[in-house]
Design a protein around this ligand. Structure first.
Ligand code: HAM
Length: 403
């Protein structure tokens, strides 16, 4: 039997998992700073939700979904992304008025696996619903930017575009279609096929990119309200001092976007997986899945890619290693006291020699080592060059003062 996880999935164990835990903790802190409480939705949903919400012509829906029938004959799909499920949950809750939710969890896409492109991957993200103003977009973009900066993604860049709405997009799509039609012979097979169905997708084609440098851009053909909204987003980002690059070709891979679209790029990573996150506005999504109008904006960040990009060393996880000269039972009791005081403590449960325990203590990188002998109250603390004999009841206080 092979012990490898299924293709395109990973086991994440220490020390790498220490980084993950730090990142996910930091995410919770940042999400709360911007007022996003946790929202948790099922890992699987009715297939129809993604077909309608994300769009059945997108690659995600047409090629990458893990779809199955359950024993009751329902067609279900492991969520390939979080937005559709959160919007469904919001509609189901019946809540009205500005509503925020943040999430963190695995998503599933049948992709060709490579570094930073997995079949099970982890996203953290936010959705802000019943929010129409440009300030909501700017606030959302800021949150992602500040979080990615705080966790140390180097070479961070924000790409920004506007995709218009149902008023201005249809005319633009026709304009783009005739531009592409004139170049039909030179485009790749997939792009040629997309001219009829979804010409915006062609803008995303890496192969055809050199042929499309002078293609008309949506941001130059916006209706007045969309142009004002886009202008508002840009001026807010300027005032928040968030640098961004306008990219008229940024179309995103999901069909629900209107107006603002953005991506966070880690320019230090390989181009194929340097998008560490993306998002945008989706004013029509709630209606597309059969609900009332509920304009919204949000993003999701790929944690697998952030870990790849952020290059950080996991921090030591332990404050104190307890070495026992009288066996593990005494170490366990001493450790328990310290743990109840909130310290992070490790010990040897396998009756190894004192020498071996000191070796393990050094390997653990714990700043402090406590040496216990019998169940006496006094213990020996070693912290760097410092040594002290302290009553076990006072160890936490002593460490707090010296660590
Ligand atoms: P997305 O661009 O499809 O957007 O995914 C967001 C991020 O998830 C990507 O930028 C990438 O970092 C990560 N990601 C996507 N696929 C994979 C994969 N196969 N392996 C590793 N990482 C991956 C969405 O999912 C939208 N729901 C974002 C959103 C929220 N828009 C509005 N609200």
């Amino acid at each position: 039997m092979s012990f490898q996880p299924p293709k395109g999935t990973d086991d994440i164990i220490a020390p790498e998992s220490l980084l993950w835990r730090e990142l996910l903790r930091s995410w919770d802190v940042w999400a709360e700073r911007y007022g996003y409480p946790l929202v948790m939705t099922p890992l699987f949903e009715a297939t129809d939700l993604f077909e309608r919400g994300v769009g059945d012509e997108t690659e995600v829906v047409s090629k990458q979904m893990y779809t199955f029938s359950d024993k009751g004959g329902r067609s279900l799909t492991l969520r390939p992304e979080g937005t559709a499920g959160v919007v469904r949950a919001f509609l189901d809750s019946g809540v009205k008025g500005a509503w925020k939710g943040s999430y963190s969890g695995p998503m599933f896409r049948y992709e060709r696996p490579q570094a930073g492109r997995r079949r099970q991957f982890w996203q953290v993200g936010v959705e802000y619903l019943d929010a129409e103003g440009f300030a909501a977009d700017a606030e959302v973009i800021e949150l992602g930017f500040r979080f990615l900066g705080a966790v140390g993604v180097p070479g961070l860049q924000v790409l920004l575009n506007s995709l218009g709405d149902e008023t201005c997009r249809p005319d633009y799509v026709e304009l783009l279609r005739s531009y592409l039609d004139e170049r039909r012979d030179k485009l790749c097979e997939d792009s040629t096929a997309a001219i009829g169905t979804n010409p915006l997708r062609v803008l995303d084609c890496k192969v055809c990119a050199p042929l499309l440098v002078d293609a008309p851009a949506m941001k130059d053909h916006l209706c007045r309200p969309c142009a004002d909204h886009y202008g508002g987003v840009k001026s807010s980002l300027n005032r928040l001092e968030i640098p961004y690059v306008e990219d008229g070709r940024l179309v995103r891979g999901l069909d629900y976007y209107t107006r603002t679209a953005f991506e966070y790029i880690a320019t230090d990573l390989e181009a194929a997986q340097n998008a560490v996150g993306g998002g945008g506005r989706y004013d029509g999504l709630a209606e597309t899945i059969g609900g009332r109008r509920a304009p919204g904006v949000g993003f999701a960040l790929g944690v697998d890619r952030i870990v790849l990009a952020s290059n950080q060393q996991p921090e030591t996880m332990i404050d104190v290693y307890v070495v026992s000269e009288s066996g593990p039972a005494d170490a366990l009791v001493a450790a328990s006291r310290l743990r109840q005081d909130g310290l992070r403590v490790a010990l040897d449960t396998e009756s190894r020699s004192v020498k071996a325990q000191f070796k393990e203590a050094a390997r653990s990188n714990a700043p402090a080592v406590l040496v216990v002998s019998g169940d006496t109250g006094a213990v020996d603390i070693r912290l760097g060059e410092e040594r002290a004999e302290v009553d076990i009841a006072e160890v936490s206080e002593w460490l707090e003062a010296h660590l």
